[in-house]
Design a protein around this ligand. Sequence first.
Ligand code: PLP
Length: 254
Amino acid sequence: MKYPARLLCISGHDPSGGAGIQADIEACGAMGAHPLSVLSSLTVQDSAEVYAVQAVSLDWLAQQIERVCADCPPQAIKVGLVGSPEQAVLIARLILGRGVPAVVDPVLRAGGGGVLAQDETAQALRRELLPAATLITPNASEARALTGLADADAAGAALVADGCANVLVTGGDEAGETVINTWHRRDGAPQRFEWPREPVGFHGAGCTLASAIAARLAQGDVLEQALVRAQRFVQGALAARLVIGSGRAIPNRW
Ligand code: PLP
């Protein structure tokens, strides 16, 4: 019997299916790993907007993680929306304890502007969770919000100085003819990846990228290889986008 590589995804639920745990499940499957899906929060949202967010209790989060990991140990972990400062502490302890690669996407706001994480949660993320990750994937505005720095490159470097080994600052939310993602790392100079920019806005691109990277890490890719393969996958999914409602398009991960 051959077991598939297993990726533990801890994320919020987005009923539109563009972002959150559904993005994780689809991206992870497309990249060849099996997702173990643990819910941190429920949201009320559609393809355009976030209306409400409700964190699951700490006890429920812990039980979901403990039970599934005891039976199906993951080879990597992906963390998306974190529902409270206490959840950040619990998830950081889990990551440090398991000794497998962990990708954390510090989700603060939806692309449509809705707040997904309160300030206290953002602070707990920065203090507790981000330094425990192998890689974090803030977009440029999240990198600025986490550090208070106006320059996205300076923000990426500051997050590395803060203890994050690898920071991929994504540029999908920036202006410009191309999308530039910058990999800041503890051991080496920053590396830029440049991709064509699709002419529409997306819902769920960040979740898709972080999950795709983590799914490749679960299968043993070194980080650079995982970054290249996952970005290539996301570029294809954006080019083949789906329009599911009145809001932004979603990546086509199928
Ligand atoms: N909802 C959930 C549960 C998410 O995890 C995220 C982002 O990670 C979003 C919504 C927002 O996605 P976007 O910023 O792509 O609209």
